[in-house]
Write a protein that binds this ligand. Structure first.
Ligand code: SF4
Length: 431
């Protein structure tokens, strides 16, 4: 018996393509596989191998709780971690897992080998043993491992939708972006494959909605053709956020959106250039104009603060950009969080800006009619530490039930500032 665990709610887990891919992939090898979430992981018994996919740093607290409980009930099980967080920085988790798989598993038999206790592949990291690890990834994204029949539910983050992955990796060059670094090189699926997957997926998963999955959906060359085809299938389309410079008349006509979500990331042109977001004020204005033309009711914008070289003027420009958009739209929402410097990016050795909290409050205070959302600051601190921290963090993870406790213990021992300064862990990792 093999188990796959998403260490968070069912709702979040079924909105994660990895959950579905792992199930399909392992079933192909003839294993009896089950998927589990926070709500039902306690049912895992007699498993030989337990795979836990790590998509977010703050899921580590749940993952560790799950491992502790399941080690007792599954004394012979091997606990294996995978997912983007493992590619990012596996070191804080070394005390908890037996094996880490670094990379993307499709088109390989590495998971099957791990189940059979063959640890010879170079993408495997075994704590206290491995010196050098090399990411594994499929050169092309085929349809063999693609989950056609997916678990869906109204409560899923995308609603009752079939997840259609258009591509993986990103052809853009944003300096802060972890997705770009770990999923390099970018790979898009063939239009024919996507049409085939969508048609069968919608039928077999019994849904009438398709969620398009890719770091930058609008960069897909055949995005309009794909959306037109999905319209013919009579299904609703839900894209993840779009780059402002990929928004066109044809695309908006095909997508039929009620809300336009774009991520300028920085408010000023200067700062956007600095992070190489490659989106100009003109691109943003053009996207807003097109959104108005297509009757879109709401605009959602994503920003970061705490970007290196940021000044008060940049923050003021962010505020005036939002105010000018608010003049055009009745409903404007912004989500603003601190930049979390990630390993494998240009900012891996940049300190986390603890002034971010003050900056976010300032923006919120000055944007009267715009809904401003942001994450809990301790959650951001915890992510920043875990993204670049070393193995010693395992001692703090062991005693912390959640990110607030984790940050509290780091502060108590006066090590938080040190962990926020820069990269602490360096694996010999070939990404
Ligand atoms: S466009 Fe988005 S996914 Fe691509 S590199 Fe920039 S931030 Fe990353």
């Amino acid at each position: 018996m093999i188990s796959i665990i998403y260490p968070n709610s069912f709702k979040a887990g079924i909105a994660c393509l990895a959950t579905h891919i792992l199930l399909t992939h392992l079933s192909k090898f003839g294993y009896n596989v089950g998927a589990y979430f926070l709500e039902n992981y306690h049912l895992v018994r007699g498993a030989s191998t337990i795979f836990i996919t790590l998509q977010y740093e703050n899921d580590y607290f749940n993952a560790i709780k799950i491992i502790r409980e399941l080690r007792e009930k599954n004394p012979n099980a091997l606990f294996v971690a995978g997912g983007p967080c493992v590619m990012e920085n596996l070191h804080p988790l070394e005390d908890f897992f037996d094996v880490f798989i670094v990379g993307e598993i499709e088109d390989s038999d590495v998971m099957d080998k791990v189940v059979r206790r063959d640890f010879s592949d170079s993408c495997l990291y075994i704590p206290n043993k491995t010196k050098k690890v090399k990411k594994i990834y499929p050169k092309r994204l085929g349809i063999e491992d693609y989950p056609i029949k997916q678990m869906t539910h109204e409560k899923g983050a995308y609603g009752k939708a079939f997840l259609l992955e258009i591509g993986r990796g990103c052809p853009r060059r944003c300096r802060f972006c972890l997705a770009r670094a770990i999923y390099y090189p970018p790979r898009f699926r063939k239009l024919d494959d996507l049409i085939y997957l969508a048609e069968r997926g919608v039928k077999e998963s019994k849904v009438n909605k398709v969620a398009l999955i890719a770091p930058s959906v609008g960069d897909y060359k055949y995005i309009v053709e794909l959306c037109n085809y999905l319209n013919e299938l009579n299904v609703q389309i839900s894209p993840s956020s779009l780059r402002a410079d990929t928004i066109t008349d044809d695309l908006l006509r095909a997508l039929k959106l009620k809300t336009l979500t774009i991520a300028p990331e920085a408010g000023s042109e200067r700062l956007r250039e600095y992070i190489r977001k490659d989106i100009s004020l003109e691109d943003i204005r053009n996207a807003i104009e097109l959104a108005k033309k297509h009757g879109i009711e709401k605009v959602k914008l994503y920003f970061m603060v705490g970007i290196p070289t940021e000044t008060e003027d940049d923050i003021k420009e962010l505020i005036s950009l939002c105010e000018s958009i608010k003049k055009e739209f009745r409903k404007v929402e912004i989500t603003i969080n601190p930049l979390i410097p990630k390993p494998h990016t240009d900012f891996e050795n940049v300190p986390f800006d603890i002034e971010s909290k003050r900056k976010i409050r300032f923006i919120e205070k000055n944007l009267k009619n715009v809904k401003v959302e942001y994450e809990n600051f301790n959650s951001m601190l915890s992510q920043a530490v875990l993204a670049r921290g070393d193995k010693k963090l395992g001692n703090y993870l062991k005693i912390s039930k959640n990110y607030s406790e984790f940050v509290r213990y780091l502060k108590r021992d006066k090590v938080l500032d040190e962990y926020l300064k820069g990269l602490k862990a360096k694996t010999e990792m070939e990404l």
